[in-house]
Design a protein around this ligand. Structure first.
Ligand code: HEC
Length: 155
């Protein structure tokens, strides 16, 4: 238990979830070049990866930190809204791990991000209500999106 708590703390201390910053930087800019789109995608997904470590720690018994849950909820919604537009032409090359199948299945792919956004909203609601039960249900739904989409759409 101690170890898990420490891991959650380390993850949490690095939580300046970057989505808002990444989004702000892209405002006013023209459509991203493939290299810019890839860098943004990886940064946004990386922020979701970081927050997920902190949330998973709380699922395993680390003390609840509602501000982290609230931030994660907001960040998830921003990422889910921002990601679909970043899969521009010619951006399915290294260092990206995005599969070119995304271009063929863009509707399914986008629907998965819509679902992720809803699950982010559920995390925000759980934080607003400070409800552990709601948090656990929201996290279960949220985490099921990761694996499903990665299996289908990452190489
Ligand atoms: C709708 C699809 C989709 C969902 C849902 C999704 N991801 Fe991803 N994820 C991707 C794609 C596509 C990439 C590859 C992006 C690239 O390299 O261009 C990726 C990459 C990543 C990466 C690697 C980032 C890097 O630096 O290369 C992490 C970490 C990650 N996702 C975490 C998560 C977590 C955690 C969840 C669930 C809470 C999640 N993702 C949900 C599609 C998704």
């Amino acid at each position: 238990m101690k170890k898990i708590f420490a891991a959650a703390l380390i993850a949490a201390s690095g939580l300046g979830f970057t989505a808002a910053q990444v989004v702000a930087e892209s405002h006013g800019a023209m459509a991203p070049t493939p290299a810019e789109a890839i860098a943004k995608r990886m940064a946004l997904m990386g922020s979701v990866g970081d927050q997920t470590k902190a949330l998973a720690g709380m699922m395993r018994g680390a003390p609840m930190d509602w501000s982290i849950v609230a931030n994660a909820g907001t960040n998830t919604q921003t990422v889910a809204e921002t990601m679909p537009a970043l899969f521009v032409e010619d951006s399915f090359v290294k260092p990206s791990t995005a599969s070119p199948v995304i271009e063929l299945e863009i509707e399914d792919f986008t629907a998965r991000f819509e679902k992720l956004g809803k699950d982010g909203k559920a995390l925000s609601d759980a934080a607003a209500n400070e409800s552990v039960e709601e948090f656990q249900a929201a996290f279960g739904a949220y985490i099921s999106n990761c694996k499903g989409c990665h299996q289908a759409y990452r190489i």
